[in-house]
Design a protein around this ligand. Structure first.
Ligand code: GAL
Length: 462
């Protein structure tokens, strides 16, 4: 697997001595973003199939119908992981492959795909971390109300039991719901993601049902003998646009909605003040379910968020739908940017980890960085793909984790987003996050310089 490459030869990286023993290096992906094979072996439709088919929803008009064709090329992809020497691989299970109608009859062929994948990972020495829901909700469940309906949380628990029983003996770690805040805000409030609803604050019931689904799935997985169960919550440090009271209030509200609304039910068993009253169902009973202890707390981190009050003179971030929302996301000045335009702020990861520790103290279990990465469109050159900016990004963020660890935060792993370039939701194939380049016309995989660099970092730790 090792090829000479400009970065791996020229760039000498001091070893990451500040990370604890047993720290896991991993990479993450998600089913709809890499698998393709959406019609294969009895898979049912998901909300993302439907969404992508609607004109104007995805920037380049594409879909995950083929994606990286991982459904057929998984063995080659596991070989790439073996070449990296990954400790762990985080993937997601497509609910509509296992239960094409969302509930009821199990599709044995769909389940068998994950069974083979898990065995191959173990064979390659890579610990499987399986996410139950990374956004590809079975369309029949959306037709019944999706996450606005309590029934979806109950169906989710049934699905968790099915996969927990099938794979629980071998999956090392489980993640329930990926980023319930993104599903609520982008899927149900602003409509940037599937299912494309624009309910603004009326989307709050979706938050509650995603959280309830998480809690019920934790129970179901434990009952099935799961080895370890956690979550993957997207967190961002929030900074106020200016020092004005209006901007600080807007930033506080955003912080509450984005960070605290999801972390606090899980970790403290309560909603931030005022929010419990807005939620449906027997909220107190549900919170007891949602707060079931976790083995690890997964954090997905990309960048900080700067927030101002409506009417601000600051520059709003390109595509943020503001509508009637009481805050505006604005540009964070003074930092390098990824190809996606996101500010590169490794200190934001350290600060986020310190903030979690400060806010939740002993209620915070061991933290795993379940996603962290960047998109750059580096060209394929005759002698490789020289993604030095990704190397710098990963190096900076791993050092930020070291700093958080030395300040007393228990962090047990770092899973980079992503193993492969893939289907980036509403951005289609325009954003490349992978350690491995994918030529979508030929499905050829080419490891980038960052792949060699990451392999060396992992080897150096051993
Ligand atoms: C996360 C998401 C991933 C990936 C990443 C990069 O929010 O979980 O699926 O798309 O962002 O944008």
């Amino acid at each position: 697997m090792e090829r000479p490459s400009r970065s791996s030869v020229e760039r000498s990286t001091p070893p990451l001595t500040g990370l604890p023993a047993g720290f896991r290096f991993g990479a993450s992906t998600a089913s709809y973003q890499i698998e393709g094979g959406v019609m294969a072996d009895g898979r049912g439709p998901s909300v993302w199939d439907t969404f992508c088919a609607e004109p104007g929803r995805v920037r380049d008009g594409s879909s995950g119908a083929e994606a990286c064709d991982h459904y057929h090329r998984w063995a080659e992809d596991v070989a790439l992981m073996r070449g990296l020497g990954l400790d762990g691989y985080r993937f997601s299970i497509a609910w509509p492959r296992v239960l094409p109608a969302g509930s009821g009859e199990v599709n044995a062929a769909g389940l068998a795909f994950y069974d083979r994948l898990v065995d191959a990972l173990l064979e390659a020495g890579v610990a499987p971390m399986a996410t139950l829901f990374h956004w590809d909700l079975p369309q029949p469940l959306e037709d019944g109300g999706g996450w606005l309906s309590r029934a979806t949380a109950e169906r989710f628990a049934e699905y968790a039991a099915v996969v927990g029983e099938a794979l629980g003996d071998r999956v090392a770690r489980w993640v329930t719901v990926n980023e319930p805040n993104v599903v609520t805000m982008l899927g149900y409030a602003t409509g940037v993601h599937a299912p494309g609803r624009t309910l603004m604050f009326d989307a709050l019931p979706a938050a509650h049902h995603l959280l309830l689904g998480h809690g019920l799935a934790v129970q179901a997985l434990r009952a099935a003998g799961a080895k370890a169960v956690g979550c993957a919550n997207n967190h961002t440090p929030v900074v106020a646009g200016t020092d004005s009271q209006a901007d600080r209030d807007a930033a506080d509200l955003y912080d509450t909605l984005w960070n605290r609304l999801f972390a606090e039910p899980m970790l403290l068993g309560s909603y931030p003040a005022g929010f419990g009253d807005l939620m449906p169902g027997p909220v107190a009973d549900d919170l007891a379910t949602i707060a079931a202890p976790l083995d690890f707390y997964g954090v997905n981190y990309y960048n900080p968020t700067r927030v101002a009050a409506p009417g601000t003179d600051l520059t709003p971030i390109g595509q943020t739908p503001s509508g009637d929302l009481p805050f505006v996301l604005v540009e964070l000045d003074g930092y390098d940017r990824t190809g996606f335009g996101w500010a590169v702020v490794p200190d934001g990861l350290r600060d986020m980890l310190l903030q979690l520790r400060e806010r939740y103290g002993d209620r915070l279990p061991s933290v795993t960085i379940t996603e962290s990465g960047c998109a750059y469109d580096d060209p394929v050159e005759a002698d490789g793909i020289h993604d030095d900016r990704r190397i710098a990004y990963l190096d900076g963020h791993l050092r930020a984790v070291e700093e958080a660890v030395s300040a007393g935060v228990d962090v047990d792993g770092y899973y980079t987003w992503s193993l492969l370039d893939n289907f980036e939701w509403a951005e289609g194939y325009t954003q490349r996050f992978g350690l491995v380049h994918v030529d979508y016309a030929t499905q050829r995989r080419t490891p980038k310089d960052s792949y060699d660099w990451y392999a060396r970092v992992i080897r150096a730790r051993r």
